[in-house]
Structures are given as structure tokens and as C-alpha cells.
Design a protein around this ligand. Structure first.
Ligand SMILES: [Zn+2]
Length: 62
């Protein structure tokens, strides 16, 4: 997935951060499949919320 560099960031409706960007979906042979908008800030927050897979939860102290 390629992110269009020409597009200016737009304010996101969810987090109000100017991190909404247009991403162009380009196939491996360079054809434009379409485009989508995504918020880098929301994406980052979601990643922080999700617990890392494979990491055991810390046991509480006695
Ligand atoms: Zn957002």
C-alpha cells in the first residue's frame, strides 16, 4: 500500500488530530486499485490498546 505524498493531512473526525491521509492502493504491477483514507493517529492508538501477542500478563504481587 502506497500513501500519496501529495495529499495534505486532514483533521480526523474521531480523534480530531490532523492525521487523516489518503492512501492509494497500488498492485504489485503498478496499477491503481483504488484509494482509502486512514488516520495515522487512530491507527497508532489502536495498536497501543491491543496487547502484544505472545506476551504473558504480569502476575500481581502477593
Ligand atoms: Zn483519528
Amino acid at each position: 500500500m502506497l500513501i500519496s505524498q501529495e495529499s495534505r493531512p486532514v483533521a480526523c473526525k474521531e480523534c480530531s488530530a490532523p492525521a487523516l491521509r489518503v492512501a492509494r492502493l497500488v498492485s504489485s504491477d503498478g496499477r491503481l486499485l483504488g484509494q482509502t483514507v486512514f488516520c495515522a493517529e487512530c491507527r497508532r492508538r489502536r495498536r497501543e490498546h491491543e496487547p502484544a501477542a505472545g506476551v504473558a500478563p504480569t502476575s500481581p504481587l502477593p
